[in-house]
Every structure is written in structure tokens, then in C-alpha cells.
Ligand binder design. Structure first.
Ligand code: ARG
Length: 569
């Protein structure tokens, strides 16, 4: 595809002292059409050239000599030089590229040979999979798909919370009352009940607490009975989590959770000892981080047992050695910002190369706020995620029953739309913002929602089906797509690849989500203004080709977010 920004930059480079790459980084996309498609601000040149930026803009404009078949017009506005892309060149390059590459349009190989580890979802065994884990799952999985599309080799890790002293308690509870609870049927609920009960007993009776500690110690030492029960808890919980992953269609390359590191923490402790920074503090061992304005990082508790942080440090070592990563990402709520700051700092004491410790990235996200009253909850405030996803599906099913009862594959379509709505709602805002969970809003087919995207996609699809063919680009007169609405759609399509890169650079899937809404809205205006089927053949062909291209990009963009498209709805 023609890289307009690069072409412009090359021309500017010829008449200034600047490098093409540098110019590219200065070029902006103006906020409105009157200012052109690309804009070069001249402020930076003022210092070296010792002239007013407006004067520089005027002078440069006279010297720049861009090919008119690419850039149709160059104008100066204050200190900016504005460039207007030639619509014919735009149309041709976009449609050629989309029809050639199809679902690969927008992909790239900038990540070739680079490994990215993504730690996401990571729920805790025997505890409810809560809505924060949903966010981690959805954001992490989107990043996985986005980076893969850019050619990176991604390794998705579900760092399960399957270790820690609470398992000593659970084992004790299970020993005492295991037969009273149906953990096979309903593992998380039942194990949670056992946990609450044993916790209460521990508060009353110190000796029970000792027994729990003893169980955990035994578990660490590989005691057959304890390990067996622990395994059972883990398997049953995973089976329950798997139902959620199936609904969301999320996958992992590794399920190495915290327990996996149980035999790998000794090395961490030794390395930290060697660094001379591991100090005693009130019976525990910590790394002091006062000079980094952080509380100390707890490595070993008073009773000698290790911590969440120690396991994460062992995981860093392991991931360095196993995956030789260029980047390691961790997707959790912002509540863990301090934890990751601490372990990233401490990781510098493990004797691994800076290229690893500098590329550990925490990707925090905001909390989910529920619009009260409408959410069906079970016990107290814990919302069961599976219920929530199923509720979304059944709400969509109801809508379909009233609006389009004849639809084929109603159940499958309801699932695609219901799940898509939840995922889109999760990804539509900058991740650090708290998310509002409001059924009416996220299921509004005319809003900025998943169902809206799917609806527009279905429209492109049904237009193609109605026509019964996709025109071949060599037979299409591209001059017929030069009206405002068509050009707007084409410009949007042109930007897809750039949008994906931005989204990856900032770890922000919402950039793609917003883009898809923009594209849908642009297509919707195009569709409202232009008759497609039943026009003169050549006009129909041109508009149909554009429609086809929009469908492709909507579908592959949605796929990057983990959202599927129905063929009909
Ligand atoms: N299990 C943790 C939780 O539920 C999240 C783990 C995130 N990953 C990590 N490597 N610490 O809060």
C-alpha cells in the first residue's frame, strides 16, 4: 500500500536537514478535513532556522515538490503545512490491498523473531472467578491477538493462583467436612463455603490454625494426601474456569501457576542473598526499597514460607530462560500497581540482563462498576461470571425472539452477540478507566456497542449476498467512489494498519474498538447516502466492492478483540 506519510516525509527531508524517520514522527493527522490528511508543524524548525514558524511553513511549501498523483494539494495554515491525499490514489491503493490480503489486511511482520509473554486472566483456584479476572482475560487475550497479527510470537500464560497458605486451610476443612459438600458438582461455591467455615474455626481455635499451617507445610514437602487433595481442588476449579474460557473462546499456551514455582524459589532467595540486599526485618526477610520510595518487598515470611512476590520473581527468571522474551506483560487491575513496581525493581537483583528487567510491563486496568438493581447476583456482592455471560446471551435471545423470530441458528447468534457485547463493553474505553456495566447500554443495537458493529457487518454481508457476487477490482471503475461519504470510508480503511500498531504500542485495545465504531458509522453514512443494489451496473459494482472491503476489516478488527461476527442477525 502506498505510504503517504512516508512519501511526504521524503519530500520534506529533501528540503530540510531532518531525517525521514524524524519527520514521520512529527507529522500529525489533522482533526478536520479542511486541514488536509497530514500536517507538518514547523515549530521545531524555528530554532535552527531562526525564523518564525509561519514563515518557514510558507517557504517550505514553495520548495516541496510532491507527486500530484499522490498528493493533490499542499496548503499552509499558520505554522502548519497541510497535505491533501489524492483520492484516486487512495481508492486504488486501499481497495487493491484489501482485496489482495483479505483478512490479513493490516497485519505486519514488525514483530518477527520477537517473543512476547502475556500473563493474563490468572484467577485463584477455589475462589470465584470475578469480574476483574474477566477484564484481565479479555484485555490480555486481545493483546495476544493484536501482537500476533503484527508478527510477534506470543506466549499466553494463565498464572493461576494455585498456591499459598489458604490451601492448608482448605485441606483442613475438606478433611473435616468434605463429605458434607458437593465439590464435584459445584467446586468453587462449595470450596468457598468450606473456606469461610474453616476460617471461622481458626479464629476460635488456635490449634486448628496450627493444623492448617501444618497442612501447607506438608503440601510443600510433597505429602501424598495433601498433594492429592490440592490437585483435586485445582482440577475441579479449572474445569469450572474452562467453561468461562470456552464461552469467551480464550486460550493459553501455559497454565503454569504459582505452584509451578514452588521448587524454583530457593534460587531466588539465594540470588537475593548474594546481592547482599536481603535483610531481616521483624523476623521476616525483605528487600528494602526505601530509596525507591516504596515499602519493603516481602520475600520470606516469619515462618519461612514464601510469598506471592517471591513466586513472581521465580516466574521472571523462568520466563527469561524459557521464552527469552522481548517483553513480558502482566495484565491485572490497578490494585496491583505497587506489587509489580516492587518485583520489577527487585528483579534487577537477580543477575539477569537489563534487556529483560527493562521490558517487564504491568498493564493495569480500572474496576468494574455495576449499575445497581439490574444485575442478578448470588450470595452478596459476588457476581458469578458464568451467570453474567449467560445472562447476556439470554437477553439477546429475547431480543431476537421479538425482533426476528424466524432467524436461523438463533442460539448460536445469541451467543455470538451476547458475548461480543460483554467483550466490547470491556474494551471500549481506555483500560485504566473504571468500567460501567449497564445492560441497556451494552446491548443497544444503535449505540457504540458490540451488537452495533455486528449489525453493520451483517448489513455488508447481506448486501453482498443479495447481489450474489463480489466484483473484481480490475473491472471496477474506481472513479465512481469519489464522493465524500465513500472517501471517508476509504480513509478509515487506509488507517487500519496504523491503528493496530498504535493499539499495540500503548497496550490499548480500545483504540481498535473505537476505530471499528468510526468505520461502522462511516459505512452507515455511505450506505444512507448511496443506493447500492439496483443502481447502474458500474455504480453498483464500485459500491459493492467498497462494502465488501468494509466487511473484511470489520470482521478482522473485531476478531482482534475476541469478538465474532454472525452472518445474519
Ligand atoms: N492471581 C492473581 C489475582 O487474582 C493475579 C495474578 C497476576 N499475575 C501475576 N504474575 N502476578 O489477583
Amino acid at each position: 500500500m502506498i505510504d503517504f506519510k512516508n512519501k511526504i516525509s521524503e519530500e520534506i527531508a529533501k528540503v530540510t536537514q531532518l531525517e525521514v524517520k524524524e519527520i514521520e514522527s512529527y507529522i500529525e493527522m489533522p482533526p478536520n478535513e479542511e486541514m488536509g490528511d497530514y500536517s507538518f508543524p514547523c515549530f521545531r524548525l524555528a530554532k535552527t532556522l531562526k525564523k518564525a514558524p509561519q514563515v518557514i511553513a510558507q517557504e517550505l511549501k514553495e520548495q516541496i515538490n510532491v507527486d500530484e498523483s499522490l498528493i493533490e494539494k499542499v496548503e499552509v495554515m499558520n505554522a502548519y503545512i497541510n497535505f491533501f491525499v489524492n483520492p484516486k490514489a487512495l481508492t486504488e491503493t486501499v481497495l487493491t490491498e484489501v482485496t489482495e490480503k483479505k483478512e490479513k489486511f493490516g497485519s505486519s511482520n514488525i514483530g518477527e523473531g520477537k517473543n512476547i509473554v502475556i500473563d493474563y486472566s490468572s484467577p485463584n483456584i477455589a475462589k470465584p472467578f470475578h469480574i476483574g479476572h474477566l477484564r484481565s482475560t479479555v484485555i490480555g487475550s486481545a493483546l495476544y491477538k493484536i501482537y500476533s497479527f503484527l508478527g510477534y510470537n506470543c506466549i499466553g500464560i494463565n498464572h493461576l493462583g494455585d498456591y499459598g497458605t489458604q490451601f492448608g486451610k482448605l485441606i483442613e476443612g475438606y478433611k473435616r467436612w468434605g463429605t458434607e459438600y458437593n465439590i464435584e458438582e459445584n467446586p468453587i461455591d462449595e470450596l468457598t463455603k468450606i473456606y469461610v467455615r474453616i476460617n471461622n474455626l481458626c479464629k476460635e481455635d488456635e490449634s486448628v490454625l496450627d493444623a492448617c499451617r501444618d497442612n501447607f507445610k506438608k503440601l510443600e514437602d510433597g505429602d501424598t494426601y495433601c498433594v492429592e487433595i490440592w490437585k483435586k481442588f485445582r482440577e475441579l476449579s479449572l474445569k469450572e474456569f474452562q467453561r468461562i474460557y470456552d464461552l469467551l473462546d480464550v486460550k493459553f499456551d501455559s497454565l503454569n501457576g504459582e505452584a509451578f514455582y514452588s521448587d524454583k524459589m530457593q534460587e531466588v532467595v539465594e540470588l537475593l542473598e548474594k546481592s547482599g540486599k536481603l535483610i531481616e526485618s521483624e523476623g521476616a526477610r525483605v528487600i528494602d526499597l526505601e530509596d525507591k520510595q516504596m515499602p519493603p518487598c516481602l520475600i520470606e515470611k516469619t515462618n519461612g514460607s514464601t510469598t506471592y512476590a517471591t513466586r513472581d520473581l521465580a516466574a521472571i527468571l523462568y520466563r527469561v530462560r524459557t521464552y527469552n522474551f522481548d517483553k513480558a506483560l502482566y495484565v491485572t487491575s490497578y490494585e496491583q500497581i505497587l506489587h509489580f513496581k516492587q518485583i520489577f525493581e527487585v528483579s534487577k537483583l537477580l543477575g539477569i540482563d537489563e534487556k529483560y528487567t527493562e521490558n517487564l510491563v504491568h498493564i493495569p486496568f480500572g474496576m468494574v462498576q455495576l449499575k445497581t438493581g439490574k444485575m442478578s447476583t448470588r450470595e452478596g456482592n459476588i457476581i458469578k461470571l458464568e451467570d453474567l455471560l449467560n445472562e447476556s446471551i439470554s437477553r439477546v435471545k429475547e431480543i431476537i425472539e421479538t425482533k426476528n423470530p424466524e432467524l436461523e441458528d438463533k442460539d448460536e447468534v445469541a451467543k455470538i452477540i451476547g458475548i461480543g457485547a460483554v467483550i466490547f463493553n470491556d474494551l471500549y474505553n481506555s483500560r485504566i478507566k473504571d468500567e460501567i456495566f449497564d445492560w441497556d447500554e451494552m446491548l443497544n443495537f444503535n449505540g457504540e456497542t458490540g451488537p452495533y458493529l455486528q449489525y453493520i457487518y451483517v448489513r455488508t454481508n447481506s448486501l453482498i449476498n443479495k447481489a450474489g457476487y463480489v466484483p473484481e477490482i480490475k473491472n471496477v471503475d474506481l472513479k465512481l467512489l469519489q464522493d465524500k461519504a465513500s472517501i471517508k470510508v476509504l480513509k478509515c480503511l487506509y488507517n487500519f494498519g496504523d491503528i493496530i500498531k498504535q493499539s499495540a504500542d500503548k497496550y490499548e485495545p480500545y483504540i481498535i474498538a473505537r476505530y471499528l465504531i468510526d468505520l461502522s458509522q462511516a459505512f452507515s453514512s455511505f450506505y444512507n447516502e448511496n443506493k447500492i443494489i439496483g443502481e447502474k451496473q458500474e455504480i453498483q459494482d464500485a459500491r459493492l466492492l467498497l462494502t465488501y472491503a468494509v466487511g473484511i476489516v470489520l470482521k478482522s478488527g473485531a476478531k482482534l478483540l475476541g469478538i465474532k461476527m454472525p452472518n445474519k442477525m
